[in-house]
Design a protein around this ligand. Structure first.
Ligand code: AMP
Length: 222
């Protein structure tokens, strides 16, 4: 399905951990030809590289807590200024707090961009817990699988790069509870924030990946 270029724009995917933001952001990015910008992926890369920022972020991430606002805001400011984001971008996992949303508004204003759209991917809590509980991740390329819902072709091995799959520290049970609590306390209020701004559409995130993608595309066309 080719998409009209007008659908390529500045986009935020909101949703709880496990709502499928990363998977859908990847697909939308490929269709629209604009970058997926995932603060989670950026922080994990910094952690892998052992940078000062990565080390600072690690203690929060492993516990399922949000990394301090100023750390992620700095990362996003730098990333949005790069050339490949000039025609649009898909933010996945940012903003997650009201101060982050305010910083983004200020930044987009400074850049003269006023075509932000927000998609809220809605998934019931019981489904989120099932999805997060069985998640397997590739430490090399970031691909996500699920023990039963989306298993790799060969158990424990990444389909695309052959690396051994892991359970992320933040996909362990205590961290999952903490991530959901962080979402309800700090991120969920952004739904109302963007609804009031008139730029938010909610989409049912339960179902086949292609079906959910179709719902997002329809919401963006409306
Ligand atoms: P994700 O892959 O988006 O679920 O992010 C994994 C972890 O990275 C989160 O649990 C947080 O610890 C951290 N993180 C990612 N994005 C943000 C953000 N926008 N604000 C604060 N922490 C973040």
């Amino acid at each position: 399905m080719a998409l009209a270029p007008s659908l390529a724009r500045d986009l935020i995917l909101l949703g709880a951990p496990g709502a499928g933001k990363g998977t859908q952001a990847q697909r939308l990015a490929a269709r629209f030809g604009i970058p997926q910008i995932s603060t989670g992926d950026m922080l994990r890369a910094a952690r892998r590289e052992g940078t000062v920022l990565g080390k600072r972020a690690e203690e929060f991430m492993n516990k399922g807590q949000l990394v301090p606002d100023e750390v992620v805001i700095g990362l996003v400011e730098e990333r949005l200024g790069r050339e490949d984001a000039a025609l649009g971008f898909i933010l996945d996992g940012f903003p997650r707090t009201v101060p982050q949303a305010d910083a983004l508004t200020t930044l987009l204003h400074k850049l003269g961009r006023d075509n932000l759209r927000v998609i809220d991917v809605q998934v019931p809590e019981s489904v989120l817990i099932d999805r997060l509980g069985g998640r397997l991740s590739c430490p090399a390329d970031g691909a996500s699988y699920h023990l039963t819902l989306a298993p790799p072709a060969k158990p424990g091995v990444c389909d695309t790069c052959g690396s051994t799959l892991i359970t992320r520290a933040d996909d362990k049970p205590e961290a999952i509870q903490q991530r959901l609590a962080e979402y309800h306390g700090k991120t969920a209020p952004l739904v109302e924030h963007y609804r009031q701004a008139g730029i938010l559409r909610s989409v049912d995130g339960v179902g086949d990946l292609e079906v959910v993608l179709g719902r997002i595309v329809s919401a963006l066309s409306s």
